[in-house]
Design a protein around this ligand. Structure first.
Ligand SMILES: C[S@@+](CC[C@H](N)C(=O)[O-])C[C@H]1O[C@@H](n2cnc3c(N)ncnc32)[C@H](O)[C@@H]1O
Length: 327
């Protein structure tokens, strides 16, 4: 029986998963022997197998809500006198999609954004749709049946994405962050996005300037609306981060470009002025203080030599140290 390569990785070990060709609906990680089956028509890559109480609760909540979700959801937009299609499309614009982009949607639910993402992609693109609830995912799958872009669905936990590093051009998730471990899920979204790719996420948050108003008090009958914008959970590799408040100003929307590691900076740029040196010498070259008299003499001597204080100190300290060490 031959094994066919897939885009999925084991959420447990990170190994590449292979599909058994002709061997029924299951995927394997050949080295560790981990095996993943289909449940309710979808590949089940939810990790951990034994979900914690928080994730288990939300999964059951949405399994029970799935059939009515599309009836309830428009209320959010209608309350704030917004057109849902226009608003969702404006969020999707931020993904900078090309027809051949590889796109991941996390917690796509019944596909209320997916139905606007799919038509922007063609047969050369790839659209991967994930959720923890099979019922929500099934409704999404049915909605997108007639779209051209190749689609893949799987069940997974947003805190453990079963995809390789640097795979997607864009990752999107709307109105589900409150159900995730936000730091873990944002780190996962950044991990699976190519450097230069886009991430767009949003969820409820009443902005500070509206808290305590009548507007806020009425809406806070849903306490989730008072969540904080998760600025502390944005990964270090995020670049050009933009935070805005949308849909009546009670949802945050964060978009950023994925970079690599910490931002690049020239810490060796010589600083103008009598003190001189660079940001790096000021950070890494700190020595014990000297007496006030020694400091004043150093400043005078540097000036007389036409040197910055940094140049004078650096050369004199080096010279003295080398002489005393016999180098
Ligand atoms: C409010 S719905 C949002 C659906 C869709 N994004 C939208 O804008 O209409 C929240 C979705 O998050 C999913 N979800 C909840 N916890 C999750 C988790 N830990 N991992 C993945 N999906 C999760 C639910 O199953 C549900 O489909």
């Amino acid at each position: 029986m031959s094994l066919k390569e897939t885009i999925f990785i084991s959420p447990e070990t990170g190994e590449k998963l292979f599909e058994h060709e002709g061997g029924g609906l299951h995927y394997v990680a050949p080295e560790s022997g981990h095996k993943y089956e289909y449940i309710s028509g979808f590949l089940d890559l939810v990790y951990p197998k034994e979900l914690n109480e928080r994730v288990k609760y939300h999964k059951h909540f949405f399994e029970n809500l799935a059939d009515d979700y599309d009836r309830y959801m428009p209320q959010t937009f209608k309350t704030h006198k917004e057109d849902e299609a226009t608003v969702r499309n404006s969020f999707i614009d931020l993904l900078n999609l090309q027809p051949n982009s590889k796109v991941l949607e996390v917690a796509c639910g019944t596909g209320r954004d997916s139905e606007f993402i799919a038509p922007r992609l063609n047969k050369d693109g790839q659209f991967v749709l994930t959720d923890i609830s099979p019922k929500m995912l099934k409704i999404c799958n049915d909605k997108l049946a007639n779209t051209e872009v190749p689609k893949m669905y799987c069940l997974c936990n947003a805190d453990h994405l079963p995809f390789p590093d640097n795979y997607f051009d864009a990752v999107y998730s709307f109105t589900a962050m409150q159900y995730f471990d936000i730091k873990a899920s944002l780190a996962e979204m950044a991990r699976v996005t190519k450097p230069g790719g886009k991430i767009v996420v949003g969820d409820h948050s009443m902005p500070p300037w509206l808290r305590g108003t009548y507007f806020s008090n009425v809406l806070s009958t849903n306490p989730g609306i008072l969540a904080e914008v998760p600025l502390n959970d944005i990964p270090v590799c995020a670049r050009n981060v933009i935070v805005r408040w949308v849909i009546g100003g009670i949802f945050y929307l964060i978009d950023f470009v994925v970079g690599e590691g910490e931002p690049d900076a020239d810490f060796d740029y010589m600083i103008a002025g009598a003190r001189g040196g660079t940001l790096r010498t000021r950070y890494e070259g700190q020595l014990e203080g000297v007496t006030k008299e020694a400091k004043e003499l150093a400043i005078k001597a540097a000036k007389a030599k036409g040197m910055t204080l940094h140049e004078w100190l650096d050369s004199n300290v080096k010279e003295q140290a080398k002489a005393q060490l016999g180098k």
